[in-house]
Design a protein around this ligand. Structure first.
Ligand SMILES: [Zn+2]
Length: 199
């Protein structure tokens, strides 16, 4: 259920609401005029690559999307920059220090937790790690693996936002890295140029 549907009373004056506030992104009390906007939560995630072009994928240990593939990342705390939050999350989840984080795209997402469907904006970065660093499956991570991003099955990806970002990541990186395999299933139904342009 969306956050606004949980509001039954005005949080300032206590006025009882007969119906859920509309529109869905704004609450305004009819008695005291208190206004509150339901903005999306912001999350950051990274395609962390090694020098051989493989990317670190994690298998989620918890709901939502338990058992599905994702990339390291998480919600940005109040007062953090996206880069600070992302470095923290990468350390907490896979014990790596990522270098040269570069923002490249964002997509809206939804995150279901305890009967609340949170609207989220996911910010996606690319990053690198030294081959000598050892990744470890830590907080919220069942297992991890370094994969050729073009060969990851889109059906295995936890969230649509990551699936769409992966398409862009592969389009940007495989164009210049012909050592990796040709994109196949990932691009089958996309609007991107045909796979022959990369291979
Ligand atoms: Zn009120």
């Amino acid at each position: 259920m969306e956050p606004y549907r949980h509001f039954r009373h005005c949080p300032r004056c206590g006025e009882k609401l007969e119906i859920a506030p509309e529109p869905a992104d704004q609450f305004q009390c009819g008695r005291c005029r208190f206004a509150y906007y339901f903005n999306p939560a912001i999350a950051a995630a990274a395609f962390v690559s090694r020098p051989d072009g493989t990317v670190l994928f994690i298998r989620r240990a918890k709901e939502p999307a338990q058992g599905k593939l994702a990339i390291p990342g998480g919600f940005i705390d109040i007062g953090e920059t996206a880069e600070e939050a992302l470095r923290r999350e990468i350390r907490e989840e896979v014990n790596l220090d990522a270098t040269s984080l570069n923002y490249f795209c964002s997509f809206p997402n939804q995150y279901d937790y305890q009967d609340v469907t949170y609207p989220v904006l996911d910010l996606f970065f690319s990053g690198r790690v030294d081959i000598a660093q050892d990744a470890a499956a830590l907080d919220g991570v069942e297992s991890l693996s370094w994969l050729d991003p073009a060969r990851v099955d889109p059906e295995e990806i936890a969230f649509p936002s990551i699936r769409r970002a992966l398409q862009l990541y592969c389009a940007d990186h495989l164009r210049w890295d012909r050592r990796l395999a040709c994109p196949s299933k990932l691009f089958a139904e996309s609007h991107l140029p045909k796979t022959s342009e990369w291979c």
